[in-house]
Design a protein around this ligand. Structure first.
Ligand code: FMN
Length: 211
């Protein structure tokens, strides 16, 4: 066996907790990865269905493609197949209730779901969540098998922006933490440092002129 290089030796020093590759380990590791939260919808009126999802990806810009991963047993799964479209409602930080509702197996479908979402329908016919930061509407392009989930790849046909002054709803370690507002550039260290540097250079210039 080749002797350990400096890199392998260094890796061994790091105190990893090595786990068996099982569902609990993967779920636990991913709980440390914060995500935004969406409600994915499809179907009109009695056929309306919505489900909270964070396994969503903006896949491609040319062409515009978007992907959502939906459990095979979820009520939304057959609905997207039948309707051939879906909308991804990107939730704002004041929509934790909507996220909890649409992650609950006891939630209603149909007109009651439309009522809870409160935003009418998009151009595809998919229900919209009033107050969402944005909505990505897609026509179904492909379905890929993904173990106990199906991956629905959609062609983006419409993008809507809501009140983007609100912050995003975030999911992290099984909870919905509040995001600290981003510091403004004038408060950031880099900016302050560069201003200080500028002041020092200006003072030096003045000193030289005085001499
Ligand atoms: C923050 C969050 C994100 C979720 N993301 C997904 C997801 O991407 N795909 C999925 O199939 N289920 C996801 N779920 C779980 C479903 O929302 C939940 O299991 C729902 O009840 C499934 O629909 P069903 O009741 O029709 O089975 C998520 C739940 C939460 C709370």
């Amino acid at each position: 066996m080749a002797p350990d290089g400096p890199r392998e030796a260094k890796d061994r020093e790091y105190p990893w907790e090595v786990l068996a590759a099982d569902a609990e380990a993967l779920r636990g590791a991913m709980s440390h990865f914060p995500t935004g939260v969406t409600v994915v919808t499809s179907g009109r009126e009695e056929r309306a269905e919505g489900m909270t999802a964070n396994a969503v990806i903006s896949v491609s810009l040319d062409p515009l493609l978007f992907l959502v991963s939906v459990h095979k047993d979820a009520r939304l799964n057959p609905r997207i197949r039948q309707e051939g479209y879906f909308a991804v409602n990107l939730l704002a930080d004041d929509q934790e209730g909507l996220s909890r509702l649409f992650a609950s197996p006891e939630r209603s479908s149909g007109l009651q779901a439309i009522h809870s979402l409160g935003g009418g329908y998009g151009s595809t016919g998919a229900p919209l969540a009033a107050g969402a930061l944005a909505v990505i509407e897609c026509e179904l392009a492909e379905i890929y098998a993904g173990g106990d989930h199906d991956l629905f790849l959609g062609r983006v046909v419409q993008v809507r922006l809501g009140d983007t002054r609100k912050g995003p709803l975030v999911f992290h370690e099984g909870a919905y933490p509040t995001l600290k507002p981003a510091s403004r550039p004038e408060e950031s260290g880099a900016f302050v440092d560069s201003v200080r540097g500028f002041d020092v250079r200006l003072n030096r210039l003045r000193d030289r002129r005085r001499r």
